[in-house]
Design a protein around this ligand. Structure first.
Ligand code: GCB
Length: 595
């Protein structure tokens, strides 16, 4: 067996066999398993999966069981374990979760278990039967539970492990908290045997009325499927091929989604046995020279990045209320765009952002230090990419899929990311592809974009910390950006740290003052105003966030302080600079420069 084949087989075993890629909330009636779950913290990883999953009990008088859920502690799902119990704050290891529930399957229905996200590795057992494994802490996955679900009492056990490893994505080092646990919701979905297992419906790239997409049924046979958008007076019947799939084509007159008018339509997709209903918006997004065109009009992306974290609670954000808090801040800043950093965030966040008129950049956690030489990495990254696109491909608010963040050019990295760009385009030809870079050449006061991967991208994205990690080569207003590519650029990160309420010098970084951060924002904006191909800006970051990599004793104490908001949600001085800049940009819409 060649090494490559061995790795392919090993990886296939690692990942859930999920043909039910449509892991989307609200499409069907679901039964949620959220709430208090029993847990066993497995400090040394010594628990026996079989015994724990089958809840082994003592039989004779000399038997005993050490790993038992009886009278065990509990944790809330959804939720990270780090913020729920003080002794788990820094924990990186295994926790066993158990949830018991009563269930009566519908006649002729198939039962699936859907996980919003489990960080980072999981093994899922229902009534003692192993349903599958999953790797990746930020993507949804679905398991067919038919062979294990019972009428009546059921016991679901999930082994969760969040150890950082070299061959994981992200790898061993990253600049955010390694929250572990079942961090998003868990649901049971019931579907008719011959159900709609997936569908994709968006506007074709560059068109304002041509639909593009597909419908896939679970039974692989020829059959009729119907797509209807009643409010737009559209209803069309299609016949699938023998694999149950059909390409969607149609011309429809629609009110287009935009930040100013985030219009969503009720869309129905059905066959003889099953109906799915979703709220979907339609817009076109494309690139023309150095312009980004939304619905054929040039747009400047007034962005902000944020982690899926509630600073005030020092924990993972979850649910719609947290999403609303984060997104309301983004709107207040004057944004029309958010960068969901550094991983796919919850479905609640994505759906709400779209409703609030925010365009989105969604990325997978291919973040620095990735083992590109490892043959498993392409498959793992592609699996995450596929899961991200599978869940969110009908969310028109998402305009950019991003493949990676700050990866150093090398032959292996270039070929992995190039392949991913091509696979992403195959899975979704309607959106733009990007990747955030941090390697640039300097020539006097000139910064040159020459990363070879740029050829494979639609939008260039630069993380550039002028005045913080990088010294100004000359006066900010004299710094020139050059690009070897005729493509739009987004400054996908810039910023500086400041401790809220800490006032003083505006020219000494090491004092963590609000004034230093404020001045740095002014200088960067001065530089941005001179970049002719700049089409978006995304400061790093909305709010201070927790990171064990940030250990300055007085100013950081485990917090990255680059937030425009403090860890309590208070506005730092730089907030107002950014807010003014966005107000000015909003007041003067862009004209098409590149024909
Ligand atoms: C970066 C990373 C981001 C870090 C940030 C920082 O370039 O993309 O994840 O948190 O810099 O604060 O250093």
């Amino acid at each position: 067996m060649t090494k490559k084949i061995f790795f392919t087989i090993a990886l296939a075993l690692l990942l859930v066999n999920s043909s039910e890629v449509l892991a989307q909330a609200t499409l069907r009636k679901s039964f949620n398993l959220n709430g208090k779950w029993n847990v066993i913290v497995d400090w040394y990883g010594s628990g026996n999966a079989h015994d724990i999953a089958t809840q082994k009990r003592p039989v004779t008088k000399t038997d005993f069981v050490e790993f038992s859920f009886d009278n065990s502690q509990t944790l809330y799902v959804p939720g990270d374990w780090n913020s729920q119990r003080p002794e788990l704050k820094y924990y990186e290891g295994t926790v066993w979760y158990k949830r018991e529930f009563d269930f009566k399957p519908q006649t002729n229905a198939q039962t699936f278990l859907r996980f919003g996200a489990v960080s980072y590795r999981s093994e899922i057992f229902l009534n003692g039967i192993k349903l599958g494994e999953h790797e990746g802490g930020f993507t949804s996955f679905t398991l067919n539970a038919a062979r294990a679900i019972k009428t009546g009492h059921n016991v679901l056990v999930v082994k969760v492990n969040n150890e950082r490893k070299e061959d994981a994505i992200p790898a061993r080092k990253f600049d955010w908290w390694n929250y572990g646990g079942i961090t998003r919701g868990v649901w049971i979905d019931e579907k008719p045997a011959n159900h709609i297992s997936d569908f994709f419906i968006q506007l074709k790239k560059g068109s304002l009325k041509e639909l593009q997409g597909f419908v896939q049924t679970s039974e692989h046979k020829k059959q009729q499927v119907i797509v209807a958008i009643p409010e737009a007076g559209f209803k069309k019947s299609y016949t699938t091929d023998t694999s149950g799939k059909v390409a969607l084509t149609a011309s429809v007159s629609l009110k287009l989604w935009s930040p100013e008018n985030p219009k969503l339509y009720t869309v129905k997709v059905y066959n003889a046995a099953d109906t799915l209903t979703d709220e979907i918006g339609f817009r076109s997004i494309e690139v023309q020279g150095t312009d980004i065109l939304l619905n054929k009009k040039p747009v400047f992306l007034r962005g902000i990045s944020f982690h899926e974290e509630m600073p005030q609670r020092s924990g993972r954000a979850y649910g719609e209320a947290d999403a609303r808090t984060l997104l309301t801040w983004a709107k207040e800043l004057g944004c029309n765009f958010v960068r969901l950093a550094h991983y796919p965030q919850s479905e609640e966040t994505v759906r709400l952002a779209e409703k609030m008129g925010l365009m989105m950049w969604e990325e997978i956690p291919v973040w620095q230090g990735i083992q590109f030489t490892n043959p498993q990495i392409l498959q793992k990254a592609n699996h995450m990419l596929a899961e991200m696109i599978a869940r969110d491909k009908n969310r028109c608010g998402i305009v950019i899929w991003s493949l990676s963040n700050e990866t150093a050019p090398s032959p292996h990295r270039n070929s992995v990311l190039k392949q991913m760009a091509s696979d992403a385009r195959k899975a979704d030809p309607t959106r733009l592809i990007s990747s955030a870079f941090d390697h640039f050449k300097y020539n006097g006061n000139q910064i040159l974009i020459d990363d070879p991967l740029s050829e494979s991208l639609d939008v260039l994205a630069a993380n550039k910390y002028m005045g913080w990690y990088a010294k100004w080569p000359s006066e900010p207003g004299n710094v020139e950006w050059k690009s070897n590519f005729n493509k739009p650029l987004i400054i996908s990160e810039f910023g500086a740290e400041a401790l809220y309420g800490n006032h003083g010098s505006k020219d000494t970084a090491g004092l963590w003052t609000e004034e230093y951060q404020e001045q740095l924002y002014k200088d960067n904006i001065n530089m941005f105003n001179k970049i002719s191909f700049l089409r978006g800006v995304c400061p790093w970051i909305l709010a201070d966030f927790k990171s064990p990599a940030r250990m300055h004793a007085q100013c950081q104490e485990g917090w990255n302080r680059k937030g425009l908001l403090s860890d309590k949600g208070f506005k730092k001085r730089a907030w107002y600079i950014m807010n003014d800049y966005y107000k000015q940009l909003e007041a003067k819409p862009l004209q098409v420069k590149n024909k």
